[in-house]
Design a protein around this ligand. Structure first.
Ligand SMILES: Cc1cc2nc3c(=O)[nH]c(=O)nc-3n(C[C@H](O)[C@H](O)[C@H](O)COP(=O)(O)O)c2cc1C
Length: 208
């Protein structure tokens, strides 16, 4: 059964990014009932600290050295997490904007899975080469401010360029972004932003 991998990066029960994902996935599943949804909630998963053996495993790989036993075991966790992403035909990431960027749990996930020989490789002549296959990917980004036309009251959106680059680096280039914002402020503004985003998500779901 083809899989859609949904990475949930908001810890909030009334999360706007998660609500947007639900709207998208409901419509997607109507259009493609054969898909299986694999949801990974980053706040419920046990992500290993990126220090010690797993960190040394990365440096061993980068230096072309064999793993020690401990490094091999630590690296296997990163492998399993990367394979979970790679098994999917479609990817959805729903995330808040936190302090101009992404929540630390989502960055933590990238730090774990983005490994030489796993998601990318380095070639002296050709530089960095992605190892994952490209596939339709959607990022639903909720923010307190409105970044749909650029900056929001003097603040920059660093989440969008970071995610675009981090995904491209691994091989995921077919990435669409749907912004939900402002999610704070007068109810008519937040309501209009939600409605606009949900409409776009429903449109995207049928062609995804
Ligand atoms: C720790 C933290 C940092 C935040 N930083 C920003 C920010 O830099 N820019 C912004 O527009 N909103 C910011 N917000 C507001 C959230 O982006 C907003 O509440 C959004 O709806 C959260 O996504 P969620 O509803 O899916 O949880 C921040 C919220 C928190 C909790």
């Amino acid at each position: 059964m083809p899989k859609l991998f949904h990475l949930v990066a908001s810890p909030r029960a009334d999360s706007e990014s998660s609500a947007g994902a639900r709207v998208f996935l409901d419509r997607f599943m109507q259009a493609r009932p054969g898909f299986d949804i694999d949801e990974m909630n980053l706040w419920r998963e046990n992500l290993p600290e990126f220090d010690g053996e797993i960190l040394q495993a990365k440096y061993a790989r980068m230096g072309g050295r064999d793993f020690t036993e401990g490094q091999r075991a630590a690296f296997a966790v990163a492998e399993r997490m990367a394979v979970r992403l790679d098994l999917a035909e479609r990817v959805v990431i729903s995330t808040p904007m936190w302090n101009f960027g992404i929540p630390y749990k989502l960055k933590h996930w990238f730090d774990i899975i983005n490994q030489p020989g796993l998601t990318f490789r380095f070639d002296l002549a050709r530089g960095y080469l992605p190892l994952l296959k490209d596939r339709p990917t959607l990022v639903i980004l909720a923010s307190g401010g409105d970044f749909t036309t650029g900056m929001s009251r003097g603040r920059i959106d660093l989440a969008t360029p970071y995610l675009r680059e981090a995904l491209r680096f691994m091989g995921l280039q077919d990435v669409r972004f749907v912004a939900i914002g402002p999610t704070s402020g007068p109810a008519d503004h937040t309501g209009a932003a939600r409605e606009r985003a949900h409409k776009r998500l429903i449109e995207l779901a049928v062609q995804f």
